[in-house]
Design a protein. Structure first.
Length: 564
């Protein structure tokens, strides 16, 4: 373990001196034109930094410090003030949580995350003014960073409840009544978010942009079918869990209003992409309509290369790919990579041989052509690769070992696809799902000298420095049939090659938690080629006859090897 610790400290030294084995490669670009150059940093605005405490209280709802189910006070000014921190880390793309005005509070939690839309066409005053958001995007662009905002097409917040007994008051059973499979529930609607009567909270009127002006949503814009679930028709036609009201996205007028509303956000802010929430909860035909019309509008505005990135919370590659057909989404999050490679193989001890399908075979499910007027690349090349996010346990929550983070982040940055960092990963956050994985960031003080920060920083720098990591092909060279619970000499070893313009790099991982493992495999290197640890600058091994390379990796060890 001592050897591993000293090696990680060496990363920091190399960053400070600017040296390393790949120093002869091209300089990193200033800004970028190709989405494969992106390094995405996901953050929840309410949790990142509080630049303006004056907006923490809206109406009678304020912050409740320490209660992660409630507002904490972060805002767009706070994010803007921390752009130098993100720039130092090596980030060039921000993905921020939804920006629209939300339903603030229910009896159990707050809409701090932004997914409870009330007014689709108004900025969330808790996060700042439209001008604050414009300044954030403008300052990010000035630093060569792109900005992706989170959007929701499936539902609003809890803007109404079902008055099942017609008494004018809301009881708990009227928030998520049983799903009606055939037709809207036959009950009046109470346009309030809270339980109780008219004196308990204000009447709500949700708005969006329609026909060029802010317009109230009507009853007919909602399906009104009651509690939705997962895996059946209620997923498409029911309310999203916790009483988020399902929009009738089969109606052309609803599609048009959503397109017009989100086009207006692009016009106002000049953001570069949308992360689209809860994609499988919207019926499939919607996506081609939404995608084609949105891109047509963007093209008319002269906004090109816009990214539509969908959250399809499913590990099945066929399901993931099904939302990237013509005119649909540009790409999706690679949940197969997350659940099967990160969780099962690298952290869970499954055999690395499973990775061949994840890294190579899954590609065959995806279209080979980019979307017309889209982000410019095919869906597989654009897919977002990640180790954790706001909906799952953090890596350090799963396994409290810094080397586990180093291992999976090396896999993320070494894969083909766009790498993503969830805020706080670099500060060793350990949330274990739900609100607990949505910690407050500003209490850390944003230090830049921690070991994990330096490792992520080094991976960002290496990805920018090495075109093979951004544009290169991927081929698995070695994948042990023995997992992290086995005792064979190669247990846990996984190696793949990235190649671009004749330059070949190796990503080598050991998913075994207890054992140093070793393997020998054939490569395309000439005999005598010396291979160096790209992050630490140390020579690791040398290619033998017919390109044979032998490696030994410590428990949860990770290397990216470059030739010299």
């Amino acid at each position: 373990m001592q050897r591993r610790a000293s090696g990680l400290l060496g990363v920091a030294a190399l960053l400070l001196t600017g040296c390393g084995a790949g120093s002869s490669a091209p300089d990193e670009p200033a800004g970028f034109d190709d989405w494969r150059d992106a390094i995405v940093y996901q953050l929840l605005v309410d949790r990142f930094d509080d630049g303006d405490p004056g907006n923490d209280v809206q109406g009678d709802v304020g912050t409740e410090p320490g209660d992660l189910a409630r507002f904490q006070g972060g805002d767009w000014l706070g994010v803007r003030q921390r752009l130098p921190y993100l720039e130092e880390l090596g980030i060039n793309t921000l993905w921020i949580s939804p920006v629209v005005r939300n339903v603030d509070r229910t009896e159990t939690q707050d809409g701090y995350h932004g997914y409870w839309a009330l007014d689709f066409d108004a900025p969330n005053p808790r996060f700042g003014s439209l001008e604050d958001l414009e300044h954030l995007v403008r300052d990010a662009h000035a630093r060569g960073m792109r900005v992706i905002i989170d959007v929701v097409t499936n539902h609003t917040g809890r803007v109404f409840n079902y008055d099942l007994n017609r008494d004018g008051e809301v009881t708990p059973d009227e928030v998520e009544p049983a799903y009606s499979s055939e037709a809207p529930i036959d009950a009046p609607l109470i346009w309030r978010s809270c339980l109780g009567g008219a004196d308990d909270c204000e009447t709500l009127t949700p708005h969006w942009t329609r026909n060029g002006r802010s317009t109230a949503l009507s009853v007919s814009d909602f399906r009104r079918r009651g509690a939705g679930g997962f895996g059946d028709d209620s997923q498409l036609y029911g309310d999203f869990p916790t009483g988020l009201r399902d929009l009738d996205t089969a109606q052309d007028g609803v599609v048009e209003a959503l397109v017009e509303t989100y086009l207006e956000w692009v016009r106002k802010t000049d953001v570069d992409g949308f992360r689209v929430d809860a994609v499988p909860h919207v019926e499939q035909p919607f996506w081609a309509k939404f995608g084609a019309r949105l891109r047509e509008g963007l093209d008319a505005e002269g906004k090109h290369g816009f990214l539509l990135l969908g959250e399809v919370f499913n590990r099945d590659p066929a399901v993931l790919a099904s939302y990237t057909d013509r005119d649909e989404l540009d790409t999706v999050f690679d949940f197969a990579f997350k659940f099967d490679l990160v969780d099962r193989v690298l952290l869970g001890g499954a055999a690395p041989s499973l990775a061949r399908q994840i890294l190579e075979g899954n590609r065959s499910y995806f279209p080979v052509e980019p979307q017309p007027q889209g982000a410019g690349l095919d869906p597989w090349a654009l897919r977002l690769v990640f180790a954790d996010n706001h909906d799952v346990w953090r890596v350090r929550g799963q396994i409290d070992d810094p080397f586990a983070t180093d291992l999976v982040m090396t896999a993320v940055f070494g894969a083909d696809g766009i790498p993503a960092v969830y805020y706080g990963t670099e500060q060793d956050f350990k949330g274990r799902g739900g609100h607990e994985s949505r910690e407050v960031m500003w209490t850390t003080g944003f230090p830049t000298d921690g070991t994990t920060f330096r490792v992520v920083q080094a991976l960002c720098a290496l990805r920018k420095r090495e075109p093979a990591l951004r544009y290169g092909s991927l081929r698995v060279l070695y994948a042990s049939d023995h997992g992290g619970m086995d005792s064979e000499r190669d247990a846990g070893i996984l190696v793949w090659q990235r190649e671009y313009a004749g330059r070949r790099l190796l990503v080598a991982l050991n998913g075994h938690a207890l054992q140093s493992s070793r393997a020998s495999f054939r490569t395309d290197y000439a005999e005598g080629t010396r291979l160096y640890d790209a992050l630490r600058g140390e020579e690791v091994t040398q290619a033998q006859a017919v390109g044979q390379v032998s490696l030994e990796l410590p428990p949860r060890g990770a290397l990216i090897l470059v030739p010299r």
